[in-house]
Ligand binder design. Sequence first.
Ligand code: NAD
Length: 496
Amino acid sequence: MTVIDNPGTVAARRGHLIPGHITAADAPVFERRSPFDGSLVAEVVLGTPADTRAAIAAARNAFDHGPWPKLPGTERAKILLRWAGLVRENAEELARLETAEVGKPIGFARAGDVPATLDTIEAAALAAAHVKGELHDDLGGAIMGLVRREPVGVVGAIVPWNFPALLYSHKVAFALAAGCTVVVKPSEFTSGSAILLTRLAHRAGVPEDALVLVTGTGPDAGQPLAESTDVDLLSFTGSTRTARLLAAVDRPYPQVQHFELGGKGATIVFADADLDQAVDGALFGFAINNGETCTAGTRLLVEDAIADEFVARLAQKAAQLTVGDPWSESTVVGPLIHAQHTARVRGFIDEAAAAGSVVISPELPASTSPESFVAPTIIDRVETDSRLFQEEVFGPVLAVKRFSGVDEAVRLANSTVYGLANSIWTSDTSTALTVARALKSGTVWINTIHDTPGTLPFGGVAGSGIGREKGVEGLVGFTQLKTITVQVAPRSPIYG
Ligand code: NAD
């Protein structure tokens, strides 16, 4: 095969990391091509269900018989901190992998994804040292209760393509911190950063069988993680459609499953907001990561009194964003993940235009193809029952709706099946907190957007998922309780 001379490329062939497991030299591969110029980035081994079962067996054995779950939390913490140090040393390579495979602008990969991944691993390390049980000493004189918090076991981690390194760290770092062993299945489009992070974890001291990785497609390499009774918890980030499939797979008994799914975030701007800040926030809100972001603020709800001025200012700023080569430091919007996805995003725009909405879309630069790129597009006068207002687009497209007063803002924001993240822009603290309390979402930002420190819990409600990642709660999610009841005084026999 020919491998392009691409600075993001670390390996011609990418495949499983399972100790003792040999992949046939002629195993079928998936060609990952650059979403920017179509050049070959890597060949990725297409894992089979048997490969995934081998990965599960390794992680099962590591959990049942290996040292990792039994290490003191402080020891796991030190290893995770060493891992963070190695990630820091390899930050540039990680950023380049993200740009090569995702099409993520390199400036954003360097300043956004990589520091957030590091922050998440470090937050997991800090949490690892603080797993606590409980002593119940008020149960009467005869018994005492000990409640142990134990690692849940083997975790299956399925990761999507839009933030491959960061979302890997949400799951893997916290599961390891809790003492679990992990089988990771990255997206077939973006295996490179997951493989690099896994290798660095092994170098830092995570046993090779405590963290294993299988590459390939969802149905073949991923689904066995939901079917196996040797996987105690499935942590999935991806589409609601796939989550429904995974929740319904045939297995002898239910599995603990955490789902981080899609979103349809609202950026809610009140007339008293600092408009410079709000315009900047609304733009970053929907253009971030080419719009391929679950927490993107893809609906702008703007108060009537300022709506025309706000949309005009936003459109003017959107037209100034550089669209194009993701390897250029000045690029803000790069190519979408693949041509089929770009066509789907364009479908939303065309449908809204046909329905009479006002589409404000800057011209694409001559160097970019409409099959790969979508300029940051603002669509005004959108109907609330339209697909554009209700469904996840996953591209740089913003639907605008005007409102009057707090009640209407909340009603509109809460009118989709999703509940992941919303932002509120106002100078009135009372308005901000009233709306924040009424919003149906796992995260609310006030006068900011997309701030997600590793020490804060993250997750969705309703159609956006179940469970929380990151923070202490993110670690607790990878544990289960064991109640131990101890007789501490002479026991009265039941049967005399
Ligand atoms: P996807 O559901 O198609 O794929 C996600 C992962 O699941 C990939 O690794 C894929 O290979 C795997 N998969 C697909 N079918 C499977 C099956 N039958 N069994 C097991 N695994 C399977 O989603 P995507 O297109 O990769 O990612 C985009 C979606 O992810 C969007 O809906 C986005 O909102 C969501 N997302 C959510 C969050 C969050 O934290 N809530 C974060 C990022 C992305």
